[in-house]
Design a protein around this ligand. Structure first.
Ligand SMILES: Cc1ncc(COP(=O)(O)O)c(C=O)c1O
Length: 378
């Protein structure tokens, strides 16, 4: 049975002004099911693992063996499964952290931990380009509890941490390994500044895990930084790992605290066990195939550096256009030529950009063709 809600008069168009204003600025968003044949330079599936049949089949077959297919409840009721536990053990071992805990998504992880960690009297310094999932958590804080510091500036972070804080208060810093829109890599000095203040340092590795580092583990690995008890590494499973969900790696002490105070894990059904197992198998695959993966990434980066003049450590290649309507036009032309890219507009970014992802799984010939067409449009 289908039901249709018919709006008979304007009394029910509650948000008409807001929607009209969004449309007028060229910022209206819509969900679309795209043609599967388009060549994907938009998604965060950096390593093309979302289409890896071998990992999928392995996961299905292992899950079938368990006879259980969903987590059923919060991890603190009876939703914590041995699949979660094995995944966490593997992840903490691989990253040299004491403990790990899974989250339903990266959004839930960032929102949840920032809400839990920043208590009365504490002070949070967040990079001005930090992801919306962390920024939204600051809405629940008092103005004297947080500040944004200039993107990637160690000096500004130093000043932020030195600001009006008593010796007793905890200091917390939130940064990303590779920033989701600019594609910038985290400034290494930020690790030192955080250590100087004994600040808790949250590093969101959503776009760096699987992409940078000797073992493709992200920015800690890239800079060869050994995890310390003030470090928290957050990672997502819906990007290079090709699954869904997220995790936090930290000391046993910090994980124990998060287990007891993070509402987004306490009051939420545990991460799907299929997604956890798929992520487990995928991370093992990335680790075992790291040399081949690194070689492919180097080739893609070289092509963008040589042909488009964009040099990046990761696989996000942004091009600032500025005009929100123009980015949509460029995206449309590229789409009619068989390619899909991101057209990112305010408020996600200050000025509109084309967000291009150098994904694996695209042939050199297709990438060259894409770059040729792109150059004619920018
Ligand atoms: C830097 C960053 N952190 C967190 C998230 C949220 O992760 P998830 O998609 O798993 O909710 C994203 C997603 O786009 C992201 O780019």
């Amino acid at each position: 049975m289908t039901t249709t809600v018919i709006i008979e008069n304007n009394n029910f168009l509650f948000y008409e002004n807001e929607l009209n204003s969004i449309k007028k600025k060229g910022l209206f968003r819509e969900r679309k099911i795209l043609n599967k044949n388009l060549i994907d330079l938009a998604s965060n599936d950096y390593l093309n693992i979302s289409q890896n049949k071998k990992i999928f089949e392995q996961t299905v077959s292992e899950l079938r063996e368990t006879g259980e297919f969903s987590p059923k409840a919060s991890m603190f009721v009876n939703g914590y499964h041995e699949i979660h536990s094995r995944f966490e053990t593997n992840l903490s071992y691989l990253n040299s952290f004491e403990k790990a805990i899974v989250f339903g998504s990266g959004f839930l992880a960032n929102f949840g931990i920032i809400e839990a960690l920043v208590r009365n009297g504490d002070f949070l310094c967040m990079d001005s380009e930090y992801h919306a999932s962390g920024v939204v958590a600051t809405k629940n804080l008092k103005t004297e509890q947080f500040a944004f510091f200039e993107h990637n500036s160690a000096q500004d972070l130093d000043e932020c941490l030195a600001k009006k804080i008593s010796q007793k208060s905890r200091k917390i810093v939130a940064v990303e390994g590779i920033y989701s829109m600019s594609g910038d890599i985290l400034n290494r000095e930020i690790f030192e500044i955080a250590n100087n203040y004994n600040a808790i340092l949250i590093v969101d590795e959503a776009h760096s895990f699987g992409v940078i580092g000797e073992n493709l583990l992200g920015v800690f690995d890239f800079y060869n930084i050994k995890p310390r008890p003030n470090h928290i590494k957050m990672g997502t499973l819906g990007k290079a790992v090709g699954s869904y969900g997220a995790y936090i790696l930290a000391s046993q002490h910090l994980i124990e605290y998060l287990e007891n105070r993070t509402k987004s894990i306490i009051y939420s059904t545990a991460l799907s066990i299929f997604d956890t197992l798929f992520a487990h198998n995928s991370i093992n695959y990335i680790y075992e195939n790291r040399e081949q993966i690194k070689t492919k990434s180097i080739n893609i980066k070289k092509m963008f550096a040589d042909e488009v003049g964009i040099k990046k450590d990761g696989l996000i290649f942004p091009i600032e256009i500025g005009d929100s309507k123009r980015v949509l036009e460029i995206k449309k032309v590229l789409e009619s030529n068989g390619f899909i890219i991101g057209a990112i507009r305010p408020p996600t970014v200050e000025r509109a950009i084309l967000r291009i992802i150098g994904r694996h799984g695209i042939s050199d010939k297709d990438l060259k063709n894409f770059i040729y067409i792109l150059k004619g449009l920018i």
